[in-house]
Ligand binder design. Structure first.
Ligand code: THU
Length: 141
């Protein structure tokens, strides 16, 4: 097992695929699922939730993070992310967008792990520091 939560990276990717099924993405047709592993309270799932006013849409990663934070859970260890066009297999790794990286930086350490997967067997792991170096945070205010 990779962590205290007792959920392996492969299982986390599997859960991200479950989350992606619940995407509400009638405008882009692109389903994203995220599974956020916490040290104290298992995993939180999130999917992208779109809106007819496109800017009101929310990404899968932020859905998962905000669900956890609003439950009082912030000890995040890793997140698995998957994305694919509805009805298709993932054709690329689903990297988090810039806004989601910034939200991660608010709550996660530099060594927080971001697992982007095309499948349970085809994935890459990055740290938040790798995906958002030289970030702006509370220490800059
Ligand atoms: N999306 C995410 O859920 N996460 C990301 O990091 C990138 C983009 C969603 C937003 C929108 O619903 C769809 O993917 C297409 O951009």
């Amino acid at each position: 097992m990779d962590n205290k939560a007792g959920i392996s990276d492969k299982e986390l990717i599997k859960w991200a695929f479950v989350a992606a099924k619940y995407a509400y993405a009638p405008y882009s047709g692109f389903h994203v699922g995220a599974a956020l592993r916490t040290l104290s309270n298992g995993i939180y799932l999130g999917s992208n939730i779109e809106n007819a006013s496109y800017g009101a849409s929310n990404c899968a990663e932020r859905t998962a993070i905000f669900k956890a934070v609003s439950d009082g859970i912030r000890d995040f260890e890793a997140i698995a992310i998957v994305g694919y066009k509805e009805g298709e297999e993932p054709s690329s790794y689903a990297f988090p967008c810039g806004i989601c990286r910034q939200v991660m930086s608010e709550f996660c350490n530099k060594d927080f792990r971001i697992i982007v997967g095309k499948s349970e067997d085809d994935y890459r792991i990055y740290t938040l520091e790798q995906l958002l170096p030289e970030s702006f945070g509370a220490e800059n205010l």
